[in-house]
Design a binder for this molecule. Structure first.
Ligand SMILES: Cc1cc2nc3c(=O)[nH]c(=O)nc-3n(C[C@H](O)[C@H](O)[C@H](O)COP(=O)(O)OP(=O)(O)OC[C@H]3O[C@@H](n4cnc5c(N)ncnc54)[C@H](O)[C@@H]3O)c2cc1C
Length: 499
């Protein structure tokens, strides 16, 4: 009889693991508390508009990329998508001409030379580290290793060129800037900070250099960032289709409330049907948890996990939340030749976050997100989650209104936003994310990619409980639909090894 696997959560990490395991002959059941699959990469519709909830662009869809590789293995169509070029137009404080991150390597190099004179050696180092890291990652190392088998997988992915990265393992981006005497270049540093905050939750001061090399190079050819035709939902819908093609099952509005263990081994779960409020238990040989590391502790119970693991998770630096405004507008609100993604930083003061920066995604005519002659604008900023859970409901609503007004005021600097051009307006806060994605306090984006949390020092997919696996953006190699797909692939290989 085939082994029974329960997957908690139908985010991209959970669905990828589930579909691959079903294809390999396991009996797979996915339970998700939400109404639709996709988690942070799902969508919702309002008045003819389709809004991407969180993720708006996808890496790894090119031939050889992680999504491409997985879709090919699952024998399902690669979703239709176009390259974002520029991947992003970045506006630094007080500047009206953006720094365009072009997909073409040559064009991006020329842009860099014009924008940041003397910085080329730094970019060339990133390019070298990215090339080596990418080919290392393509050999599916297991990071961080927790058993001899994991270690063997890690060692077998190492080649002579991988050793180039060794001296840089403990360096941050600011260390590399210092190496090239660029650490006093405020404009370059700020540009890197806004980009890094987006991909690694932290800035150049703290981001691990090897992670930054990948995050900052992924948007150039032959890789690239993609805009999906239809919406982000296409990604999870395709994975659900693949899961069902291989006899896997998915159940929505079903929340796993407890993970059961016995003698350090997972045994099953308690599930609540959110439609009927009925509770029941189900046994499993393996459990794949597509939740945050913080949620995992709550599901298992602190007393049932080794103390050192709980302490490690408790001590992680505070994760960020997101404030997002979703606008359905008339096309007249959008400037001509508006790039699909823009990033604005509004002042040089203080850390990036709390409404001094916005990452903006704009739909394109015919991309399936808005009726003809209309568009969607989605703008997000980082926010400290704590403040959204304090005080009364009235305090919460006031804070939400304040953030909404500030975001609209900022966006008016670029878009023509008036009562006549705005058709629909709605905001999401960490409370919204907590409700719709089940993430404790509404934290998003994983655990951050600092030296202490990246690669060999990250959170492993193999947990201290036997047959309990963690997938998603808490684990290596971090956030993003591509990142969580790598972690899903790792878990699938680890479960296969058990067999
Ligand atoms: C504002 C924002 C913008 C982003 N932009 C991008 C981008 O442009 N490109 C990109 O690649 N990434 C982006 N990301 C990051 C990306 O969306 C996430 O890293 C990724 O989608 C996370 O996937 P996941 O599988 O780890 O988990 P999630 O998406 O969090 O999915 C987890 C699933 O588990 C379910 N669940 C949780 N607990 C339970 C439970 N107890 N029982 C049952 N079900 C449960 C949830 O309902 C959810 O469906 C963005 C994120 C945000 C918030």
């Amino acid at each position: 009889m085939s082994k029974k696997i329960i997957v908690i959560g139908a985010g991209i990490g959970g669905l990828t693991a589930a579909a691959l395991l079903a294809k390999r002959g396991y009996t797979v059941k996915v339970y998700d508390q939400a109404i639709i699959p996709g988690g942070c990469a799902s969508t919702f519709t309002r008045r003819g508009f389709t809004f991407d909830v969180g993720a708006t662009q996808v890496a790894g869809l090119e031939p050889g990329g992680i999504h491409h590789q997985i879709f090919t293995e699952l024998e399902i169509d690669i979703p239709c998508a176009t390259y974002c070029d520029p991947a992003c137009a970045v506006f630094l404080p007080g500047e009206s001409i953006p720094i365009n991150i072009w997909r073409d390597q040559q064009k991006w190099q020329e842009e860099r030379k014009a924008q940041f004179p003397n910085s080329e050696p730094f970019w060339q180092l990133l390019k070298l580290l990215f090339k080596v890291s990418l080919s290392f990652q393509s050999r599916n190392p297991i990071l961080p290793p927790r058993t001899w088998w994991d270690l063997l997988q890690l060692i077998s992915a190492v080649r002579l060129d991988t050793l180039i990265t060794v001296p840089f393992t403990l360096m941050t981006v600011i260390d590399a800037l210092r190496l090239f005497k660029l650490d006093q270049d405020q404009r370059l540093k700020t540009f890197l900070d806004v980009q890094l905050k987006l991909y690694s939750q932290t800035d150049s001061q703290e981001t691990a250099l090897l992670y930054a090399a990948t995050a900052l190079s992924l948007s150039q050819a032959p890789q690239g960032l993609f805009h999906l035709q239809g919406s982000m939902q296409v990604l999870s819908n395709s994975l659900v289709k693949a899961l069902q093609k291989y006899q896997g099952e998915i159940f929505m509005r079903q929340r796993v409330e407890t993970i059961h263990t016995s003698n350090g081994q997972v045994t099953g779960v308690t599930i609540r049907n959110l439609k009927t409020d009925q509770l029941w238990q189900e046994e499993a040989d393996h459990l794949v948890a597509n939740v945050t590391a913080q949620n995992l502790i709550k599901l298992v119970g602190r007393e049932n996990i080794p103390f050192s693991y709980v302490k490690r998770i408790d001590k992680l630096p505070d994760a960020s939340g997101a404030f997002i405004i979703y606008l359905g507008v008339k096309e007249a609100a959008i400037p001509t030749n508006c790039p699909p993604h823009l990033q604005f930083l509004y002042d040089y003061q203080g850390p990036i976050g709390e409404n001094n920066s916005l990452f903006v995604s704009v739909s394109k005519p015919g991309d399936g997100r808005a009726p003809q002659g209309q568009s969607t604008i989605i703008a997000s900023s980082f926010t400290d989650v704590g403040q959204w859970w304090k005080g009364s409901e009235d305090d919460y609503q006031k804070l939400k209104e304040k953030y909404t007004e500030e975001a609209i005021t900022h966006l008016r600097g670029y878009f023509d936003l008036t009562p006549e051009t705005i058709i629909h307006q709605e905001s999401a806060t960490p409370r919204t994310f907590a409700y719709y994605t089940g993430r404790d306090l509404g934290i998003v984006g994983g655990i951050g990619q600092r030296i202490s949390t990246f690669g060999p020092f990250g959170i492993a997919t193999r947990t201290p409980i036997k047959s309990l696996w963690l997938v998603g953006d808490s684990t290596h190699p971090g956030e993003g639909t591509a990142g969580v797909s790598y972690s899903a692939l790792t878990v699938v290989r680890q479960i296969e090894e058990h067999k």
